[in-house]
Design a protein around this ligand. Sequence first.
Ligand SMILES: Cc1cc2nc3c(=O)[nH]c(=O)nc-3n(C[C@H](O)[C@H](O)[C@H](O)COP(=O)(O)O)c2cc1C
Length: 360
Amino acid sequence: MSLFQPAQLGAFKLRNRILMAPLGRARSDKELRIPLPRVATYYQQRASAGLIISEASHVSPYSVSRPGGSAIHTEAQAQGWKPVTAAVHAAGGLIVQQLFHLGRKAHPSRLPGHALPVAPSAIAAQGLAETAEGPQAFPVPRVLDISEIPGIVAEFQQAARYSKQAGFDGVEIHAANGYLIDQFLRDGTNQRTDDYGGSVENRARLLLEIVDAVLEVFGPDRLGVRLSPHFDLDGIQDSNPAALYSYVAEQLQARGIAYLHLIEPDSIPAERRLAPRLRELFQGALVLAGEFDQQRAQQALEQGRADFIAFGRLFIANPDLVERFRRQAPLNTPDTASFYIGEDQGYIDYPFLAPQRASA
Ligand SMILES: Cc1cc2nc3c(=O)[nH]c(=O)nc-3n(C[C@H](O)[C@H](O)[C@H](O)COP(=O)(O)O)c2cc1C
């Protein structure tokens, strides 16, 4: 199986198995959180990916990260995404929108009325939040009352409706990287004693309710879920990841969603890897992400460890990554300083390969 082989992914006919991973680049309007014209240019430049997964987009006004982070909880934001999806489609590409809620990873200084961020339990994230006054500790979050949980589910569903209105081909639920859904999934951050805490079934309830709500908007063949069992940067952890993620995979299989997107770099020791187990339990497509280069990606496909590979940083620096892989051409180096800050520079000015001349 080759990276360049076209393949079906749920409802989508992909031109290749090279996916663009979700990458928050903070290039939207700072107050309205609406994509600026350069966002359409950025994604159109990368439309040769088999499928683009958009940057994580906030589903709630109470989920606010750095200025320029994009959102999808107002009509104006839905309108603002239209030129982005149109630009990708005009270039023959496909784009799904990643939806997320920060939960405890928000900082009060950025939230309406300086509200505390919400979370399953009153456990602060380790590390520092970026604020206008510089890096500051994350606060102890406010515990979501059980009566508030339907509201969170409804925010994801409404966001999916806006995604559809904006012309996205589908959505990916962001249940990874220590954000709200991940905080519910793992027992290090979820110490609730109600229906949303304790057992694996209870901790997965929020995710599955969100999936079910979004399924009323997009069919299962247009829905993916992203998981990151190894992410622990902010102190998040789980006492039995194999049990937790096996249950999640079984439940997603029962719902027939298009794909499972697992962040599991090859550097994770074999005995801790979950992909083999999840692949047995989940018969939809498996997308792997994390530190892949062309060779490792090709190997993972050939060994049947994944169906698709998502590339993050390589797509930041190489809008024509697919073509560079095809020609085995040198890759541009990503400029980390402009990952999350800036305007056009380091965003839409990475050079493309010169067109290949027909041989004489
Ligand atoms: C600048 C930047 C922004 C990111 N934003 C997101 C995001 O919005 N959602 C997400 O799930 N992961 C996000 N990630 C993680 C990437 O999707 C990917 O999993 C990670 O970079 C590892 O893949 P790579 O080694 O191919 O870059 C981000 C990573 C970077 C470097």
